[in-house]
Design a protein around this ligand. Structure first.
Ligand code: GCB
Length: 607
């Protein structure tokens, strides 16, 4: 028989859970955030490492009603002990992963609390959002003791409205970030990259008018290359709200009105336009306004489509001379987050002769896609639907869809992004195919102007490889990964391998390569040496040039990256060494082989 005390305790727990649930209403997602007025909250935050999650759960693992690590009235100290003090706790820098900021957190996976105070001056008729660029993997936000929102997914931004929670003067924010790997997560338990925890990207307060532009899509029409079409959406707009869009340099503008859903269709007829392309990465200032809300974006306009086995950029066939990149910071390692990181990584790709990058295996910092827009580098963008997710679990599908949606919303204004990748090396099962075909449909539904791809596994023994994964049906462009000369056979075997591709679609060889420790030298058959890696690349190029429908290559990969599964002492030391560049910037021999092939067009032809 439950006692009254027990019933009361249950009631309190339930009430607390309901309060938690209330706070969980989906965070919104502001677009063009880097052009909005924002107060940066980057810098030093106090932290508490909380491996048992004592700040959230009581001794019977019930959610604490009022005991989260947050501001409590010091008077409370008289009735119960308060066993934490943020002001006396150490600090960590935001943005930044925690693993590379302090030795004791090198392998840490679990919950960690961040806290800081900030000043705020209210502005009437405005709404304020707490913007988090990325929190790996789950996050909970409190402002002035009020639980505001939760978010899951470590590589996409989210914004939570804090207008009512803020007060004039000093405020406090507490964020719990938990990078515990979970089986029903996206990604799941096993990956070949470091599970960097923390607030790995910018954090800020963003102020917008009461009704603000919360989404838009403006793209060049594939039909005539002379019309920009799309829509603008205004949050909570009444039907008939007026929208103005202009591109002063092109001397075009238009007025439109929102429909009952807050959306206004936009059409701009152009007299002439410099199309965005790798050789001419022209960006135009685009102004969008409604009432007091004005946004300016820097946008390029181009088209991308598939014609048979060709990829057409602005109607012309293109070969994608690419390279894979992890969001690993050059020189210091850890999660990349800065303008300088983006410029270095993409600068190296350019130096290699690339016009294309595969940003593996999750959405990178927005600075990467902005820099790609400026530098004229085409982008394959990916969600972490990596390896063996729980493909038969609808909750996991919902999580993958959410991450894809957040990625698309953030980067739909970037001309550089041409491909949405829905997966990497997933097992061929009916549940997987259904899951990823659904994701591919979602990608097209939200953005029909780009192409959908995935990196597939390859079949075949001996010198014959077969690409017939049924997921290929759902894709516009087929990606395939292979490691001939590294995980199988010898580098020379590649040159004698033939390919049988079941789809009459463009193919991108989305991974190939092998490990080399920079500075380690030997013969062409001595593993881990630069010579061995170079030998792989030489032979791969011979093989690749014999695949008629090959339209792009993104070898694995630009720079070495940390991975806890890479254990060989003296060689790997927790790094995957398949980079063509070491983290200290040293270029390995294979870099120059690929550079030559890209610069003199001896790898790949557009048609
Ligand atoms: C792959 C994966 C990539 C790994 C790479 C490797 O096929 O897609 O994430 O890091 O192989 O080095 O084994």
């Amino acid at each position: 028989m439950p006692t009254i005390k027990h019933a009361l305790a249950t009631f309190l727990v339930l009430t607390a859970s309901v309060a938690m649930l209330k706070a969980q209403s989906a965070p919104t997602l502001l677009v063009d955030i880097d052009h909005r007025a924002a107060t940066s909250l980057d810098g030093e935050w106090h932290i508490i490492v909380d491996p048992y999650f004592g700040g959230l759960y009581s001794f019977h693992r019930e959610i604490k009603k009022d005991g989260y690590f947050q501001d409590v009235d010091p008077a409370d100290n008289k009735t119960r002990p308060i066993e934490y003090d943020f002001s006396k706790s150490p600090t960590l820098k935001i943005p930044g992963d925690w693993n590379t900021q302090t030795d004791s957190l090198y392998y840490y996976e679990g919950p960690l609390w961040y806290e800081r105070k900030f000043d705020y001056t209210p502005k009437p008729q405005n709404r304020v959002f707490f913007h988090i660029g990325a929190a790996n993997y789950r996050a909970k936000l409190w402002v002035n003791g009020q639980h505001i929102c939760d978010h899951e997914g470590g590589f996409t931004p989210f914004d939570c409205e804090v207008t009512a929670a803020l007060k004039p003067g000093q405020n406090s924010a507490v964020i719990n970030v938990d990078n515990t790997r979970i089986e029903d997560g996206v990604p799941t338990l096993n990956t070949d990259w470091w599970n960097y925890g923390g607030l790995t990207r910018d954090v800020s307060l963003v102020t917008v008018p009461e009704h603000f532009i919360d989404d838009y899509d403006l793209h060049l029409s594939r039909a005539d290359h002379k019309t920009i079409e799309g829509y603008v959406h205004v949050d909570h707009a009444a039907a008939g709200a007026s929208i103005h869009v202009s591109i002063p340099e092109l001397k075009v503008d238009t007025n439109a009105t929102t429909d009952a859903e807050g959306r206004a269709a936009i059409t701009l007829h152009l007299q002439g336009i410099q199309l965005w392309a790798p050789e001419t990465p022209k960006l135009y200032k685009v102004n969008i306004s409604t009432g007091p809300d004005t946004l300016t974006d820097d946008m390029g306009f181009r088209t991308v489509e598939v014609q048979g086995t060709k990829i057409l950029l602005n109607g012309r066939p293109i070969y994608l001379r690419g390279i894979c990149i992890h969001a690993e910071a050059p020189y210091r390692t850890g999660r990349a987050y800065s303008e300088k990181d983006a410029d270095t990584l993409l600068g190296w790709a350019k130096e290699m002769g690339a016009n294309f990058v595969r940003l593996a295996h999750y959405p990178h910092d927005e600075r990467m896609t902005r820099a790609a827009d400026r530098m004229g580098i085409l982008v394959w963008s990916e969600v972490p639907t990596y390896w063996a997710l729980q493909f038969d679990n609808p909750t996991v599908l919902a999580k993958a869809e959410q991450q894809l949606h957040e990625e698309q919303r953030r980067d739909r204004d970037k001309a550089s992004v041409i491909l949405w990748s829905v997966a990497n090396e997933t097992p061929n099962t009916p549940a997987r195919t259904l899951f990823l075909s659904t994701l591919a449909d979602k990608a097209r539904e939200y953005d029909p102007t780009r192409l959908v791809t995935a990196a597939l596994l390859v079949r075949g023994q001996g010198n014959s490889k077969i690409v017939d994964d049924p997921l290929g049906k759902a894709l516009d462009v087929i990606g395939t990964n292979e490691y001939i000369g590294w995980y199988e056979k010898t580098p020379e075997d590649a040159a004698n391998t033939t390919w049988n591709i079941a789809y009459d679609k463009p193919l991108i060889m989305s991974e190939f390569g092998g490990d080399a420790k920079a500075g380690l030298h030997g013969g062409d058959h001595d593993r881990w040496t630069e010579e061995y890696q170079a030998n792989i690349f030489r032979n791969q190029i011979v093989m690749l040039n014999k695949i008629p429908q090959l339209r792009g290559t993104t070898p694995w990969l630009l720079m070495d990256f940390r991975s806890p599964v890479r254990k060989l002492p003296g060689i790997q030391d927790d790094f995957n060494r398949k980079g063509l560049i070491a983290p200290d910037g040293t270029k390995k021999k294979a870099f120059f082989i690929l550079q030559k092939a890209y610069q003199d067009n001896s790898l790949g032809k557009p048609e």
